[in-house]
Design a protein around this ligand. Structure first.
Ligand SMILES: Cc1cc2nc3c(=O)[nH]c(=O)nc-3n(C[C@H](O)[C@H](O)[C@H](O)COP(=O)(O)OP(=O)(O)OC[C@H]3O[C@@H](n4cnc5c(N)ncnc54)[C@H](O)[C@@H]3O)c2cc1C
Length: 425
């Protein structure tokens, strides 16, 4: 029987689900909705667009091809404000209502916004969408000066773009080191040294606490150390919350019964993400995938958000199968994800996954480490089971391939972590 599917979100999770349904059930109707005024694009490439190393055409070609090839009914610039979980209907800001046999919530994430005095001033940016990238691009001027608050991956990729335009950068982090989520202290030290060599000023244990307008469209920033600096712009990169339709942060599959499910929910942030079962269902025929889903972390063995591009695609695929074929007879299960990051900082490349550090106060852990010239590898084991690694070298992973023997180990190591996580409990 022909079915109708609504997919809210046109990121990797939404598009992966849509193309899976289109392939399995070409006769089904698929509507995919995005509140952004653009065709879908590859969000991960936004900083490379700002850097000038890829064109706008390349940024968009991925999404355009998926929409065209699968003949999807794509509705851009439309914001969904309610999902009725029992009746499987949605309501949009423009008052359009629609119903479906299955719905996927793939609404991704929202950057945390600053809340210090002056946080709303022009010149203060977050980077999540192409609209954000255009605003940042407009403000960038060669020879200018920017501040970046937060030392995670999006911040550091944006710094590479700013430096490419010969813009001076001051990086502020409240933590004791940069990239604390994805590197251990030694690897973070290598990364910091590479940034310093490239004229990035790193200020640790220091934050921006206020902003005010200054002459010539500049901003005067005040730091937690009482220092002041004049900049053209501030990129605020302090993490991303889930974008979800359910206001209750503690919502869980067990919490919500048939009675509550009929009540329309306000569309709010639930920072922790929406919990799902292994079929990626919140309730029958209502699925969640990608950055907004709380899924099983195979390595840490707990439910969590793992906001990563490849994992959003994997989950979209599983959700797509289950939306097309139903979950009552032959459901597809998502075993869980492993956090893994590959990135390059001014020619120094890193790939890390799982536990980057050994947890404090836990027994039965050991590690194997090798430091040779500028290259570094560290493998972390728990009861002889590989739980995580960090590899670092100058291997040019941005070109899509690497000559570094060290970095080439990443694929087999990741496969081993996954294999052992699935087999050994
Ligand atoms: C600059 C940058 C660089 C990154 N680099 C990497 C990287 O190198 N590696 C990596 O693994 N990950 C990276 N990420 C993270 C990666 O982009 C995300 O993990 C991935 O995009 C998540 O996909 P998604 O489909 O879950 O959500 P998203 O890509 O966020 O898509 C969400 C979709 O939902 C829509 N939407 C949201 N709310 C509504 C609503 N109410 N109504 C209608 N539509 C709505 C949005 O318009 C959008 O289409 C990066 C992210 C950024 C911003």
């Amino acid at each position: 029987m022909k079915k109708r599917h609504i997919i809210i979100g046109a990121g990797n999770a939404g598009l992966s689900a849509a193309s899976t349904i289109a392939r399995l059930k070409p006769e089904d109707e698929i509507e995919i909705i995005s509140h952004e005024p653009w065709l879908p694009y590859c969000r991960c490439l936004l900083t490379y667009y700002l850097e000038g190393v890829i064109t706008k055409k390349r940024l968009f070609s991925w999404g355009e091809e998926i929409i065209r090839k699968n003949r999807l009914n794509y509705r851009q610039n439309e914001r969904v404000i309610n999902v009725d979980r029992k009746n499987l209907t949605i309501e949009c800001e423009n008052r359009r209502q629609a119903s479906a046999d299955t719905i996927l919530i793939a609404t991704g994430g929202k950057p945390q916004k600053p809340d210090f005095p002056g946080a709303d001033l022009p010149g203060i940016f977050t980077l999540r969408t192409f609209t954000d990238a255009l605003a940042i691009e407009k403000k960038m001027r060669p020879g200018g000066r920017w501040a970046v608050a937060g030392a995670g991956l999006v911040s550091l990729k944006t710094i590479a773009a700013l430096r490419r335009h010969n813009i001076k950068v001051d990086l502020f982090a409240t933590s004791k080191r940069i990239l604390s989520q994805v590197l251990d202290p030694y690897a973070a030290g290598l990364a910091a040294a590479r940034l310093t060599e490239n004229q990035v000023v790193i200020n640790l244990n220091e934050d921006i606490v206020a902003a005010a307008l200054a002459a010539d469209n500049q901003l005067k920033l005040t730091t937690s150390h009482g220092r002041e600096l004049l900049v053209d712009g501030l990129l605020y990169g302090k993490g991303v919350n889930a974008t979800s339709p359910f206001g209750n942060e503690n919502i869980s599959r067990d919490d919500w019964g048939a009675d509550q499910s009929s009540a329309p929910q306000p569309w709010q942030n639930a920072q922790d993400g929406i919990p799902v079962n292994s079929q990626l269902e919140l309730d029958q025929n209502l699925f969640v995938a990608g950055d907004t889903a709380k899924i099983f972390d195979l390595v840490r063995r707990k439910n969590d958000r793992l906001p990563l591009w490849p994992l959003a695609g994997e989950q979209g695929l599983i959700a797509g199968y289950n939306m097309a074929e139903g979950t009552s007879h032959l459901a597809h299960h998502y075993p869980g994800g492993i956090s893994c990051n590959a990135f390059s900082l001014f020619g120094l490349d890193f790939i890390s996954a799982g536990y980057r550090e050994i947890p404090n106060n836990e027994n039965d852990w050991h590690f194997i480490e090798e430091k040779k010239g500028g290259s570094y590898s560290r493998l972390n084991f728990h009861r002889n089971q590989l739980k995580g690694f960090i590899l670092c070298d100058s291997g040019n992973i941005n070109s899509g391939h690497t000559n570094s023997d060290n970095l080439k180990k990443a694929g087999p190591l990741l496969a081993r972590i996954k294999r052992e996580a699935l087999v050994v409990q």
